[in-house]
Design a protein around this ligand. Structure first.
Ligand code: ATP
Length: 307
């Protein structure tokens, strides 16, 4: 059996913007691959090309061995699609919407069961426009899955969900994978990629800049301990960097979250905490240890994932 998705040399331009710039990617059948990247990295465009909605300028794309545009009619019944932001007729009730989609499939899952699994049992008769954002997302996911697809494309499936709803979705995705369904998702959430994915592909400016299992991606520089801590937002990181030996750089990676780039030794830890003390600031959650995916990402792209 071939790969679920195979992309070679993919290029897509919108006027002067190159959204996808020579992207290569392979996902085996039964795999769960997470495309991770900052806003505008080209994730959605890549997924829409795989779904057959967008025509590539260069390169080849094979989805379940088929060309998404030329073989669209054969491919469509075999894939599930959850677009970013979802969407449905505003007045349609949740169960009606899912029923409509199920009616198009040869051998659909039981819509009532699927609504229950996704925690939407109580919202069955609620019109789409009155569902919360997270409920709309889950309904949209249910629509992508109800036709028992072999492969699903999920564009930021848990965006805007509370942690409890996110957990339901993660459990369902784990169950799908156990059933052999292939999943390609995009996400801004490191934790989501780390929890679910066999393979993470980090994309920036339309290109793949790193790829591997979550543990392989963080293991590359495993010996370099990293220092991070939390304190009130807005500390003068330039001043703190200047207090450290040359080559060390302190960043506020998110409001109140500080990271020290450079190899950590006892002196560095002591300088950082002493500097904080001088400023009358308590450094909380001081952590010295292996870098996490967030750090890998920051190093590779120079940008925060959550912008
Ligand atoms: N239809 C379009 N017309 C013009 N430019 C587009 C179009 N679609 C995407 N782009 C541009 O292509 C680039 C990649 O966009 P894309 O939506 O694929 O990124 P993304 O990684 O999915 O980002 P996000 O996380 O914000 O969804 C962006 O610069 C975007 O503005």
């Amino acid at each position: 059996m071939g790969d679920a998705v195979e992309i070679t040399g993919l290029v897509k331009r919108f006027g002067s913007v190159t959204a996808v710039d020579g992207l290569d990617l392979k996902m085996p059948r039964g795999g769960l691959l997470a495309l991770l990247g900052p806003n505008g990295a080209g994730k959605t465009t890549t997924v829409e090309i795989c779904e057959g909605f967008v025509r590539p300028d260069e390169g080849t794309v094979r989805v379940l061995g088929l060309d998404p545009r030329r073989d669209g009619t054969a491919l469509r019944p075999r894939i599930g699609v959850m677009p970013q932001g979802g969407g449905a007729y505003p007045g349609v009730r949740a169960e009606e919407m899912l029923g409509l989609v199920a009616a198009c499939a040869a051998d659909p899952l039981d819509p009532a069961w699927l609504l229950d699994v996704l925690g939407l049992g109580g919202a069955r008769r609620t019109p789409f426009k009155r569902l919360s954002g997270g409920q709309q997302q889950r309904l949209s996911l249910a629509c992508a899955l109800v036709g028992r697809p072999e492969l699903v494309f999920l564009d930021e499936p848990t965006a805007g969900m509370d942690p409890q709803a996110r957990r339901l979705v993660w459990d369902l995705l784990e169950a799908l994978r156990a059933d052999g369904v292939s999943v390609l998702l995009t996400t801004h959430l490191m934790e989501e990629a780390e929890t679910l994915a066999d393979d993470i592909v980090i994309v920036d400016r339309g290109r793949v800049i790193a790829q591997g299992s979550p543990s392989a991606l963080t293991a590359e520089h495993a010996d370099d301990a990293q220092l991070r801590f939390r304190a009130r937002p807005g500390l003068d990181t330039e001043l703190l960097s200047a207090a450290l030996p040359e080559g060390y750089l302190v960043r506020e990676s998110a409001p109140g979250a500080y990271r020290v780039a450079g190899i950590v030794d006892p002196q560095v830890v002591s300088t950082v905490t002493a500097w904080c003390a001088q400023q009358g600031v308590l450094a909380e959650e001081l952590h010295v240890g292996k870098r996490d995916l967030e750090e890998v990402f920051l190093e590779l792209t120079g940008r925060e994932l959550r912008t």
